[in-house]
Design a protein around this ligand. Structure first.
Ligand SMILES: Nc1ncnc2c1ncn2[C@@H]1O[C@H](COP(=O)(O)OP(=O)(O)OP(=O)(O)O)[C@@H](O)[C@H]1O
Ligand SMILES: [Mg+2]
Length: 307
């Protein structure tokens, strides 16, 4: 876990919470070879994002108000970073991820990926974004087509995008399965023939197939029992190092991000109420809401959360 080096709340722009690598003040261009290396731009930058759902009333389905699922959310994260997004059920975490994935249209705000305006992407650029930004959901059973073999599941995206030829499919699938700790012969089986943890490994392999820069894990380990959860979290961390992945790691259980997040944002009713390096948020939560989330994490004889 990233060791905190400075207080992010002291930074002028509260959206910039990444401390790994630290964000130095903008270096003058004239520094030359002797000057500090320029800070890379954020991989993902979200600013003032609002995704509201209309509440319809009456026989004319008049809009009587809005569910402000995401209401003015701003943050930035860098390549290779894991940002934990925590908050209770219904606080807007999945709506945030769906908006970033362009599955929901926001009312206001901007999303930038490698500096490009995600909401304006079309054609080839949008295709590239859909490859760079993958997602793993909570329920692998629901997201894996039961009629497709694992070979098909893992390679159909690559075939559609023209990244591999059909004759290469088996070799590529075998490599992906090895990456997630499964035997290559698993490619000939169907999703029902795996345990929940193994199915989630298949979902992770499918996400890796398109060589993404970032994976959104939306409650990706929430349905797994504790020992399998730890194994899948370890796997995600290994893959992150191997492929320099960034994770937006969404969970209602703040205990899950304890070992993997570099930084954490805490959401409540569509807004970010606390943010900072993981250690700071977990050990010195400022908001009573965050303190309650931490206090709700069950501990068995280990170091208790100081909430
Ligand atoms: N398509 C939709 N139409 C109307 N309301 C919606 C829609 N999607 C989400 N909502 C509402 O937006 C709010 C946020 O939902 P969201 O699924 O983002 O929460 P969440 O933090 O992911 O919760 P959970 O931890 O249970 O997954 C909820 O009140 C939900 O009912
Ligand atoms: Mg959700």
């Amino acid at each position: 876990m990233a060791v905190q080096q400075s207080n992010p709340f002291a930074q002028k722009d509260p959206r910039v919470i990444t401390v790994k690598p630290p964000v130095p003040p903008a270096a003058p261009a004239a520094q030359g070879a002797a000057g500090p290396a320029p800070t890379p731009p954020p991989l993902l930058e979200v600013e003032g994002l609002r995704t509201w759902f209309p509440i319809k009333k009456g026989i004319f389905a008049r809009t009587a108000g809005y569910v402000k699922a995401v209401n003015g959310v701003s943050f930035a994260m860098h390549a290779g970073e894991t940002l934990g997004v925590v908050g209770e059920s219904g606080c807007g975490k999945s709506t945030l991820s769906r908006t970033i994935l362009r599955l929901e249209k926001p009312h206001a705000g901007t999303i930038r990926f490698e500096g490009r305006n995600v909401l304006a992407l079309r054609g080839k650029e949008l295709q590239q974004y859909r490859r760079d930004m993958q997602v793993v959901f909570q329920d692998p059973h629901a997201t894996l087509n039961p009629r497709h073999s694992v070979l098909d599941i893992l390679t159909e995206g690559m075939l559609v995008h023209g990244l591999i030829k059909p004759k290469e499919a088996q070799e590529v699938a075998a490599e992906l399965l090895r990456d997630v700790g499964l035997q290559p012969d698993a490619m000939h089986r169907y999703p029902h023939a795996f345990s929940g943890g193994q199915r989630q490994r298949i979902c992770i392999a499918r996400a890796l197939a398109l060589k993404p820069k970032m994976i959104i894990c939306d409650e990706a380990v929430s349905a797994l029992d504790l020992s399998i959860r730890a194994q899948v979290l370890n796997l995600l961390m290994e893959l992150k190092d191997k492929y320099h992945l960034a994770y937006l790691f969404i969970t209602h259980d703040i205990g899950v991000v304890e070992h993997i997040a570099d930084n954490i944002i805490v959401m409540f009713k569509g807004e970010i109420v606390e943010r900072g390096p993981a250690e700071q948020v977990l050990l010195h939560p400022q908001e009573p809401y965050t303190q309650r989330l931490i206090a709700a994490v069950p501990r068995v004889g280990g170091a208790a959360a100081q909430a």
